[in-house]
Design a protein around this ligand. Structure first.
Ligand code: IPM
Ligand code: MG
Length: 362
């Protein structure tokens, strides 16, 4: 099979972690007889430096011709980088939001799984961890506060900022269906997270999710308020299978979930639309403070590449092989510094990529 990819290294640790994911993908394609056709695209700060804007029309048109995007991260240090002197719509992050919207990537999947080898990196107590946890955060990605109207203006001499949280029933229905479909292949539980005790958008969310649930009698549905969910994630993470939630809540809860799995460097993600097209990126940021030092953990990006094989190309065996290789390397005790533990072997970004690539077996 030919895999047509847009590869967006991006900023900060992006280029290093994408390089390792490419290494693993090259190994997969060599062993399984596929072929990668990659188009490298600049986005974020790298694109601002080259073209004065974070995502050019040309970049977008190259991306549209591919089957999937493999991305590192965009953005820099907001306190020191000149990118943040630009107006908000010209900053690196604006490119990512625009890309999500342009490609209609409404379904963001963020699996938070505790590897048994990483129990030591989990900040929760042993009795809470139990036999581990495995949840999928399904975050709506093209609506809500991120894309509602916003402005800053003077009202009666007082500077006032407005952000709007909008959802229509169709936006809620399509992400809810995805969540139920995915739950069907897992432990058949959906926990829909909202703030229905305060927000109209959440009351609509709850109503539509209940309607969708009627078509999935085999899946159990529970509703949870977002503040309670934030608490439950550290109190009893084992209760969760699929967490379905809107854009902003999903942004916050997925960072929290990643930390209970030990490190944000382990959390992969897929952003999907109605076709097979997807954007695959680690959930963590560009971490400019550790960029270029060969210390970043490439595993989240490598696992994102595995999600790409599975969701965009239906290459389930290849995806499972990558996931198994990651597990094997962890079992053998290799760790990047973010997940380092006593008795383990500390390795850098590139060595971690090599180790995983070598363990792809076919
Ligand atoms: C994420 C990131 C982005 C978001 C930022 C970089 C705009 O935090 O993917 O979670 O808020 O969606
Ligand atoms: Mg985030």
């Amino acid at each position: 099979m030919r895999l047509k990819l847009a590869v967006i290294p991006g900023d900060g640790i992006g280029p290093e972690i994408v390089r390792e994911a490419r290494k693993v993908l090259d190994r997969v394609t060599e062993i399984y007889g596929h072929e990668i056709q990659a188009a490298e695209v600049l986005m974020g700060g790298a694109s601002i430096d080259a073209f004065g804007e974070p995502l050019t029309r040309e970049a977008l048109s190259v991306i549209r011709k591919q089957d999937a995007i493999l991305m590192g991260s965009v953005g820099g240090n907001a306190a020191t980088s000149p990118w943040y002197q630009l107006p908000p719509q010209k900053r690196p992050e604006a490119a990512l939001l625009r890309l999500r919207k342009e490609m209609n990537l409404f379904a963001n999947l963020r699996p938070a799984y505790l590897y048994k080898e990483l129990r030591g990196a989990c900040p929760l107590r042993d009795e809470i961890i139990g036999d581990g946890f495995d949840m999928m955060i399904m975050r709506e990605l093209t609506g809500g506060l991120y894309f509602g109207e916003r402005k800053t203006e003077e009202r009666d001499g007082v500077v006032t900022a407005v952000d709007t949280l909008v959802y229509n029933e169709n936006e809620i229905r399509r992400i809810a269906k995805r969540a139920f479909d995915i739950a069907g292949k897992r432990r058949k539980k959906v926990c829909s997270v909202d703030k229905a005790n305060v927000l109209d958008s959440s009351r609509l969310w709850r109503r539509v999710v209940e309607e969708v649930a009627k078509d999935y009698p085999q899946i159990s549905l529970e509703h949870m308020l977002v503040d309670n969910c934030a608490m439950q994630l550290v109190k009893d993470p084992r209760q969760f299978d699929v967490i379905l939630t809107e854009n902003m809540f999903g942004d916050i809860l997925s960072d929290e979930a990643s930390m209970v799995t030990g490190s944000i460097g382990m959390l992969s993600s897929a952003s999907l639309n109605d076709t097979k097209f997807g954007l695959y990126e680690p959930s963590g940021g560009s971490a400019p403070d550790i960029a270029g030092k060969d210390v970043a953990n490439p595993i989240a990006t490598i696992l994102s590449a595995a999600m790409m094989l599975r969701y965009s190309f239906d290459l389930d065996r290849e995806a499972a092989d990558v996931e198994r290789a990651v597990e094997q390397v962890l079992e053998e005790g290799y760790r990047t510094s973010d997940i380092m533990a006593e008795g383990c072997t500390l390795v850098g970004t590139a060595a971690m990529g090599d180790l995983i690539a070598e363990r792809i077996q076919g």
